[in-house]
Design a protein around this ligand. Structure first.
Ligand code: SAH
Ligand code: SF4
Ligand code: F3S
Length: 442
């Protein structure tokens, strides 16, 4: 049997695509290997959100190209994902050892591409399509990563065109998948023993806006998924701040399986910077949204994303980001230094670029602030008893621990010598670290 190795470099959506590609390849007669050196086919599923991630993709195929030249002339190499979509022709031209380039739009063409490649052809499939892929998706199994959580994309693409972001160019316009296929995928995952469903989208909360034949939004989907039988949790990421409706918040409160967790990227604490980023809200509006979610949803965790050193960002504006994290009590945030991306609007503002040293310094201060607030947020749980869905059994600093997450997405470490993965256990929280809570079985 031929073996395939996929290196997955991007976000959850990218990981979910890899699971779908594995599924198709298995149906095409391949088996999965964890070791690229054993593989007959190696693929990289790339991310282009920042320059660094793009560079990583090119250096990875460089290494494989070298193997092919010196050790394994029959090795087949595939270049997939967001960098493929963005730089398709360039990759095809620049890297003659790459056998196929497959963008984000037609991943369901993979079985056909593999046949062509096995016949010695070089293939480039990157054209955009507005055709729905739902029917094709139903034809293929998904080979999910072994875990308690199953990722299910509900929307693809993005219409927002934030001035820094490449995603609308690599993923195309927003398309919602039909509830029928999402529910079917959720049922399959639950049948396979998964205990958590995470609905994915660049803007999950705009789910359904593009349906012409029905009025059906994220809240409706959550209600239907909540009715499925069994003990499991439902999450959804990422929420665009101004697309969070009152109905969605009420649904989260009302439905027992939907977890008290919102990921609501703010990107900057400064209203002027937000405007230049083409975000559709200012600091006040974001504040109102977060306050509303906090007031209505008991014990909710709210996390965010921030960019340091956006073109033209002044020291004062950067400090508004730091103060936003404090003022809105954001529990955790992903952070990044601004990275100019080809085709995006902000990348043209070269005269406003912040120098690397300042960006690095701001990012470090931002990370300090995130750590400080994360610890503060964790300390609130000391003494409380919480439900933990166990995800792992591991040796942490010389001790056996079972680790899992609370409904509101806090990681908990519990001493324990038996593997309880997949169980819902109650734990009493005895301590708080920056990145996790310590607990005992209650
Ligand atoms: N759809 C989500 C974000 C998707 S991209 C949203 O709108 O919030 C994930 C994160 O990458 C973004 O939230 C942003 O913080 C970061 N990011 C995107 N483009 C970037 C760039 N050019 N430089 C640095 N960080 C970037
Ligand atoms: Fe990128 Fe903005 Fe779309 Fe998020 S909403 S994916 S940051 S363009
Ligand atoms: Fe995800 Fe990176 Fe593409 S964040 S959508 S894999 S650019």
């Amino acid at each position: 049997m031929k073996k395939v190795y996929i290196e997955t470099m991007g976000c959850q959506m990218n990981k979910s695509d890899s699971e779908r590609m594995f599924g198709m390849l298995i149906q095409s007669g391949y088996e999965q290997t964890e070791n690229p050196k054993d593989a007959d086919l190696v693929m990289v599923n790339t991310c282009s959100i920042r320059q660094l991630s793009e560079d990583k993709a090119f250096s990875q195929i460089g290494v494989w190209g070298q193997w092919k030249k010196t050790l394994k002339p029959d090795l087949k190499i595939g270049f997939c994902g967001c960098v493929a979509q963005q730089k398709m022709k360039e990759v095809f031209r620049r890297a003659p050892y790459v056998d196929f380039v497959l963008g984000t739009h037609k991943i369901y063409s993979l079985p056909g591409i593999i046949k062509q490649v096995e016949n010695g052809e070089r293939v480039l499939v990157c054209e955009e399509t507005n055709a729905t892929e739902d029917d094709k998706a139903a034809k293929y199994e998904i080979k999910r990563v072994k875990s308690v959580n199953a990722w299910i994309p509900i929307t693809e693409g993005c219409n927002n065109f934030c001035t820094y972001c490449i995603v609308p160019y690599t993923r195309g316009r927003e398309r919602s998948r039909t509830p029928e296929i999402i529910i079917k995928e959720a049922q399959d995952a639950l049948k396979d023993g998964f205990k958590e469903i995470t609905l994915l989208g660049q803007n999950v909360d705009s789910y359904g806006k593009d349906f012409k034949d029905r009025n059906y939004r994220l809240a409706d989907l959550l209600r239907e998924l909540n009715k499925l039988e069994g003990s499991f949790r439902i999450r959804f990421v990422t929420s665009y701040p101004t697309d969070i409706t009152d109905e969605l918040i009420d649904t989260v409160v009302e439905l027992d399986k939907v977890c008290e967790y919102f990921h609501i990227p703010m990107q900057s604490g400064s209203s002027e910077v937000l405007k230049k980023m083409n975000r559709r809200y200012d600091r006040e509006t974001y504040k109102k949204i977060v306050e509303k979610v906090r007031t209505k949803v008991p014990d909710v965790t709210i996390t965010s994303d921030f960019i340091a050193g956006f073109p033209g960002e002044t020291e004062e504006q950067f400090e508004e980001t730091l103060s936003a994290i404090d003022e809105f009590e954001l529990d955790y945030s992903n952070t990044a230094a601004y990275s100019p991306r080809e085709k995006t609007v902000a990348a043209k503002w070269t005269d406003k670029f912040i120098d690397e040293d300042t960006k690095t310094e701001r990012l470090a201060r931002l990370n300090d602030k995130v750590r400080e607030n994360c610890l503060k947020s964790n300390q609130k749980y000391i003494g409380r008893t919480v439900e933990v869905l166990i995800e792992n059994f591991e040796n942490h600093k010389g001790k056996n621990v079972i680790t899992g997450r609370t409904r509101n997405n806090k990681i908990v470490h519990i001493p324990g010598d038996t593997d309880r993965t997949g169980e819902f256990l109650n734990a009493k929280i005895t301590g708080a670290k920056t990145w996790y809570l310590q607990g005992e079985l209650a």
